[in-house]
Design a protein around this ligand. Structure first.
Ligand SMILES: C[S@@+](CC[C@H](N)C(=O)[O-])C[C@H]1O[C@@H](n2cnc3c(N)ncnc32)[C@H](O)[C@@H]1O
Length: 187
């Protein structure tokens, strides 16, 4: 069993039971998680994916086409902070995944930013169904990463227990700085 945060995030999302439901990938990147979600929701469900970079939207779109699941995914080349306005009115989410930081093999200067990330997380939590899940993978090794991780952790720690259960995982014996995973399960 892998204890890598990316695999653990997927395990939590799988456990939320996504078949036929709606999910969000807040940071589409190269599209690995978007495709994972598209397969989980099946042909009766839908996935919304956000990324600010054209390169990421292009890579994600290509991956989805190759897998034959593009019709169940809507991609926005937009700041995920805009999800409140851009998701169709009344949309409820079964799961939302965020994998922060920069695009692997892309421009390491384009990174997620605290204000947008927290606004997007709030928007996703608002739309989350009861017992739905939000996963956030945090990196602290790049410039600005530590500040963003701290701010997101502070936000998550402050969530009232009546609203959601919140967990935080980090491998003890990984090479430092190890990424960590926040999991939020809505009441
Ligand atoms: C670590 S990568 C995501 C990897 C992706 N989950 C995958 O499976 O390939 C982080 C992504 O967040 C994107 N990003 C940065 N700021 C953003 C924002 N404000 N809104 C949406 N995406 C953003 C970057 O362009 C980058 O592609």
């Amino acid at each position: 069993m892998s204890l890598h945060v990316l695999d653990l995030a997927r395990g939590f999302v799988r456990g939320a039971g996504l078949l036929g439901s709606v999910a969000l990938d807040g940071t589409a990147g190269n599209g690995h998680d978007t495709l994972f979600l598209a397969r989980l929701v099946g042909s009766g469900g839908h996935v919304y994916g956000f990324d600010i970079q054209g390169q990421a939207i292009g890579a994600t779109s290509g991956r989805l086409e190759e897998a034959g699941v593009s019709e169940r995914v809507t991609l926005f080349q937009e700041d995920h902070a805009r999800l409140r306005e851009l998701l169709p009115l009344g949309t409820t989410l079964r799961a939302a995944m965020f994998n922060l930081g920069y695009l692997p093999h892309g421009d390491k200067g384009i990174i997620t930013s605290t204000t947008s990330t927290v606004a997007a997380l709030e928007g996703a939590l608002e739309r989350l169904e009861s017992s739905g899940v939000v996963t956030v993978v945090l990196y602290s090794g790049h410039p600005g990463g530590q500040e963003e991780s701290n701010a997101v952790l502070e936000w998550a720690r402050a969530l009232a227990r009546e609203v959601a259960e919140v967990g935080w995982y980090q491998r003890w014996n990984a090479r430092t700085p190890a990424p960590s995973l926040i999991v939020i399960s809505k009441r």
